[in-house]
Design a protein. Structure first.
Ligand SMILES: CC(C)(COP(=O)(O)OP(=O)(O)OC[C@H]1O[C@@H](n2cnc3c(N)ncnc32)[C@H](O)[C@@H]1OP(=O)(O)O)[C@@H](O)C(=O)NCCC(=O)NCCS
Length: 223
């Protein structure tokens, strides 16, 4: 509107409301984090020192399987606490006896789903963008006759997934069974990763293809 000073900052009342909102958000984050820790503890997940839990993750551990979260890792299940927001809580599941789900020290997950029927091992200092997904199983047999009337568990495709250290996984990327991701690799937003990713490579698309190298990563090594 002509003559209106649109650059004027919010008044003192708005500033006070913002302050209260920030304080409320922190209280809500800490309270939900406590509930989240209880979920992890009650499922028997092993937590390293200083793990931060923001919001309540969905966790289920099959009998005789193992979930371990490294020191100072961050599990963020709340849109208020991450720039992109999350469509759902962090989901961590082991699906079978003997399965292993490991998350390395200082790794951060935002609304990320990790399901291990065999083994999913994620290294240290990784960053997982909002709603990324890692699974080492197809969950159902491919042949209809093996799905109905009863699922033939032996016919389900499964293979361990390993993700190295310092890997950056873009929002809504999917890393599927049998994949090994090398140290320092970058997975583009929305990528569907079906084959191994070399250390220091940037991959993107569906199916994911190498589109570049991480600066400073050299020809074949990690950065
Ligand atoms: C993967 C990414 C890091 C690559 O960035 P970059 O190195 O600057 O790559 P460029 O933009 O130069 O793209 C290189 C090529 O890959 C393609 N590409 C890049 N990202 C892509 C994606 N997510 N899906 C499909 N193709 C992609 C580009 O179109 C380009 O192809 P072209 O050479 O045929 O034109 C970036 O594109 C990306 O996905 N960033 C989002 C990360 C994210 O989700 N962050 C949120 C975390 S909370």
């Amino acid at each position: 509107m002509a003559g209106m000073n649109t650059d004027a900052g919010p008044g003192p009342l708005a500033a006070l409301v913002r302050l209260l909102r920030r304080a409320g958000r922190r209280v809500a984050r800490d309270a939900s984090g406590l509930a989240g820790r209880l979920v992890l503890w009650s499922e028997g997940a092993a937590l390293g020192a200083g793990v931060r839990v923001w919001g309540v993750p969905v966790v289920s551990r099959a009998k005789g399987s193992h979930i371990a979260i490294g020191a100072r890792a961050v599990l963020c299940s709340r849109s208020a606490d991450t720039a992109l927001g999350v469509a759902h809580a962090v989901v961590l599941r082991t699906l079978d006896a003997g399965a292993v789900l490991e998350i390395g020290a200082d790794t951060g997950l935002s609304g990320t789903t990790v399901c291990a029927a065999v083994a999913v091992r994620i290294g240290a200092r990784c960053r997982f963008g909002a709603d990324a997904l890692v699974a080492d199983t197809d969950f159902h047999p491919l042949a209809p006759s093996r799905r109905h009337p009863q699922e033939d568990l032996a016919a389900i495709g499964r293979a361990a997934v390993t993700i190295g250290d310092d890997v950056f996984v873009g929002a809504r990327a999917c890393i599927l069974k049998g994949v090994q991701v090398g140290d320092g690799a970058v997975i583009g937003c929305g990528a569907v990763v079906t084959h191994d990713v070399p250390a220091g490579a940037i991959v993107a698309g569906n199916p994911a293809r190498v589109v570049g190298r991480v600066p400073g990563s050299g020809a074949g090594g990690a950065p």
